[in-house]
Design a protein around this ligand. Structure first.
Ligand code: GCO
Ligand code: MN
Ligand code: MN
Length: 389
């Protein structure tokens, strides 16, 4: 395979956040190691590495204390850079976690003034996103959680969060913004425990919303992995429910702090099954890399980090095509799904179907002997991943 097959094109829908390329390597034990980049410089880097789009939190673009004239200047310079480099803004989001005002949460905070401020700030972030035609609005409740459950009844947190979502969706409708909302779960970090810790928790909440058709999820590899879960299974459930509105791709070792590694760099096999799933079902949304470069990187290495995320995705996409076209693999897949002759179809229940089911005599011992060569299947998968098949 030549290199050019792994070079990103606009139709790949690869996006990065201002906060990902612009990550300066600060961690709980040490300060920033890279110079601050302006939003315009980040757009230039994204154009250079061949990304389709850039996403931002309100305050990645406009600092929280900016005056109106500062805001206008930043917005117009950013717009000019996007136009000059043909970079889109598919998604916007809001920072409800950095400022000290949100130390007790935003939509779930105990102080009604903080909750109201969070709504005001989020509506303004939606206004800002629409200035760049963003179609998706992501909500990640980083501070919506606790270190001690003495502080509030967790069921009240659920109610407050639902009320806030209903408000924001109504605001979007009233402004004719046409936003779709994508909720992003995370089990912990920065809070000891964050409410709605998994994608499944949000899928359940969405069903209780006033306009559930406008709200879906934004699962992130690292977040489900931190919870020790199988990310692809979470994504598949969201997809099956028609709720996979957006996705945050990165990587993470289980049982560690939030690592945000380059896509596919920690667990390439999991990444393979994820890419294969997204490509097999025809997921048409953005492929957003919510990852950042190692703290040891300079900005040249940050570019290689960004290229690496996209390149790995494209390599795995090619591996998935190879897997789908592999005769031996497909033979095994057919075999393991085959039923014997005359086995009754388990169609929708009816008295007639139940009578057919009862009339059939199953040979449980024979069924238990059927060959399921999953070792072979997995090794063939590994051979493809290792590049020897
Ligand atoms: C994290 C989250 C964030 C969100 C972002 C979008 O672990 O910090 O993944 O990066 O994705 O705030 O709302
Ligand atoms: Mn994250
Ligand atoms: Mn994320």
């Amino acid at each position: 395979m030549t290199n050019k097959n792994y070079t990103s094109r606009p139709e790949d829908r690869f996006t990065f956040g201002l906060w990902t390329i612009g990550n300066r390597g600060r961690d709980p034990f040490g300060a920033e190691v890279r110079e601050k980049l302006t939003p315009v410089q980040i757009v230039e880097i994204l154009a250079e590495v061949g990304a389709y789009g850039v996403n931002f939190h309100d305050n990645d673009l406009v600092p929280i204390d900016a005056t109106t004239s500062e805001r206008d200047k930043i917005v117009s310079e950013f717009r000019a850079a996007l136009e000059a480099h043909n970079v889109r803004v598919p998604m916007a989001t809001v920072s409800l976690f950095s400022d000290p005002v949100f130390r007790d949460g935003a939509f779930t905070a105990n102080d009604p003034a903080v909750r109201a401020y969070a709504l005001q700030k989020t509506c303004a972030a939606m206004d800002l996103g629409k200035e760049f035609d963003a179609e998706m609005f992501v909500l990640w409740g980083g501070r919506e959680g606790t270190e001690t459950d003495a502080c509030r009844n967790p069921a009240d947190a659920v109610k407050r969060f639902r009320d806030a979502l209903n408000y924001l969706v109504e605001y979007s409708i009233s402004q004719k913004y046409d936003y779709k909302f994508a909720l992003e779960a995370k089990p912990n970090e920065p809070r000891g425990d964050i409410y709605f810790p998994t994608t499944g928790s949000y899928l359940a909440l969405i069903e209780t919303l006033d306009h559930k058709e406008l709200v879906g999820v934004n699962p992130e590899v690292a977040h489900e992995t931190m919870a020790g879960l199988n990310f692809t299974h979470a994504v598949a459930q969201a997809w099956e429910a028609g709720k996979l509105f957006h996705i945050d791709l990165n990587d993470q070792m289980p049982g560690r702090y939030d690592q945000d590694f380059r896509f596919g760099s920690a667990n390439p096999k999991q990444a393979f099954f994820l890419v294969k799933f997204l490509e097999d079902v025809g997921y048409a949304g953005m492929r957003h890399f919510d990852a950042h470069a190692y703290r040891t990187s300079d900005y040249e290495d940050v570019k290689d980090f960004a290229r690496g995320c996209m390149r790995t995705y494209l390599i795995l996409k090619e591996k998935a095509q190879r897997w789908n076209a592999d005769k031996e693999i497909q033979g095994i897949i057919r075999e393991i799904h085959e039923a014997g002759d005359g086995v009754p179809q388990v169609a929708k229940f009816s008295k007639h179907h139940k009578a057919q089911l009862d009339a059939y005599e199953f040979n449980r011992h024979e069924l238990a002997q059927k060959s399921l060569p999953y070792e072979r299947l997995d090794q063939l998968t590994m051979d493809i991943l290792f590049g020897v098949r």
